[in-house]
Design a protein around this ligand. Structure first.
Ligand code: TYM
Length: 338
């Protein structure tokens, strides 16, 4: 088996505000992986346009959101000198490889993608072809760098399986060991942060209720208010993790606390088990403000100089292309393009 260099790639869409789910499910791990791996992080602007224009907001909003997400990466601890930070549309090889992968991936594989079904909803005929093809572009994002590890939240598991299937089929079809079989990295106690209003739904940018999520740009007052109002059940907190089973809201708040303080769920229950939710909620509000306020402040400072943030993306894209271009060229050679 070919030994591939350990390399990390991940990305987020510049649609709407980033929230606590994005931060704990993905970004915290991105920051950690800078210590151990070569890391590439992109703002996936080509993915953003797969939804209706009213969702991604049109040209002025796309531009603003792209810079905001890049600023959030830096503010959360992505160091543009250590990591390659760029926006996807600047490195044309992503789209080029996606076309080739369109001819590798099978319709049946894409038909099974649950995220497409959720996002397209009932009006599937009216969804863009790009939304259907979203996971293929995602596979190209990863494999154009021969990335071996992809840190994401739990909701991306199925897309990463598709990425593996594409790599395996390409390798088999052309009798090569060219693309790595990428490992998803889904780690921590908050791999699936749930809505604060309904513990059965994922915390999401698209939830109509702003009370359902904590945005990275929320003020301290808003964070405290949202946590105070978070749905809970009638029982107190259990002393052991077993007691959280079937109690989605309780499990979510404990998981968020554990992730923000970088301890285990058992540790949190040692401290708060047997008590009322109010004690946990007060401590969680303080903790969330302490963690998020410095990120928010740094984002505001960075965005006061959008030229700097754009410069980081331009520089990152040039560094990314140095890795992507030879892999693109070799892919074409393997397939017989003249
Ligand atoms: P996006 O922007 O929808 O989500 C960005 C990251 O945040 C994670 N996430 C969550 N984690 C825990 N709890 C939640 N409630 C929650 N909501 C979102 C997502 O799992 C993701 O890691 N399709 C990707 C973007 C992408 C990508 C890629 C990722 C495009 N190309 C290549 C990795 C590699 C996505 O979900 O974006």
């Amino acid at each position: 088996m070919t030994a591939f260099k350990q390399r990390v790639l991940s990305g987020m869409q510049p649609t709407g505000n980033l929230h606590l789910g994005n931060y704990l499910g993905a970004m915290v791990n991105w920051v950690k992986m800078q210590e151990t791996h070569e890391t590439l992080y992109c703002v996936v602007d080509l993915h953003a346009i797969t939804q209706a224009t009213s969702v991604w907001g049109g040209p002025a909003t796309l531009r603003k959101s792209t810079l905001e997400v890049a600023a959030a990466y830096i503010a959360a601890g992505i160091d543009p000198n250590r990591s390659i930070l760029f926006n996807q549309s600047r490195v044309h090889q992503h789209a080029e490889l996606a076309w080739i992968f369109n001819c590798v991936a099978r319709l049946g594989w894409l038909n099974r993608m649950t995220q497409f079904k959720e996002k397209a909803g009932k009006d599937r005929e009216n969804a863009s072809v790009g939304l259907y093809d979203y996971p293929v572009l995602m596979a190209a994002d990863i494999l154009i760098y021969h990335a071996t590890h992809v840190p994401v939240g739990d909701d991306q598991k199925q897309h990463l399986e598709l990425c593996r299937d594409i790599a395996i089929k390409f390798n088999n079809d052309f009798s090569v060991e060219f693309f790595p079989i990428t490992e998803p990295v889904i780690m921590g106690t908050a791999t699936r942060v749930m809505s604060l209003r309904d513990g059965t739904k994922k915390m999401s940018k698209s939830d109509p209720s702003d009370l359902s999520r904590i945005n990275l740009t929320d003020s301290a007052d808003d964070i405290a208010k949202k946590i105070r109002k978070a749905k809970t059940d009638a029982d107190g907190l259990p002393a052991e993790a077993e007691g959280l089973k079937g109690r989605a809201e309780a499990e979510n708040l404990v998981g968020i606390y554990a992730a923000l303080s970088d301890v285990t769920v058992a540790d949190v229950l040692k401290q708060f088990g047997g008590g009322q939710f109010s004690a946990l909620k007060n401590a969680l509000a303080d903790l969330a403000v302490a963690k998020l306020a410095p990120i928010n402040d740094k984002m505001v400072r960075l965005l006061a100089d959008p030229g700097y943030v754009e410069g980081v993306l331009v520089d990152g894209a040039a560094r990314a292309a140095v890795i992507a271009e030879p892999i693109m060229a070799e892919t074409k050679k393997i397939m017989g393009f003249v």
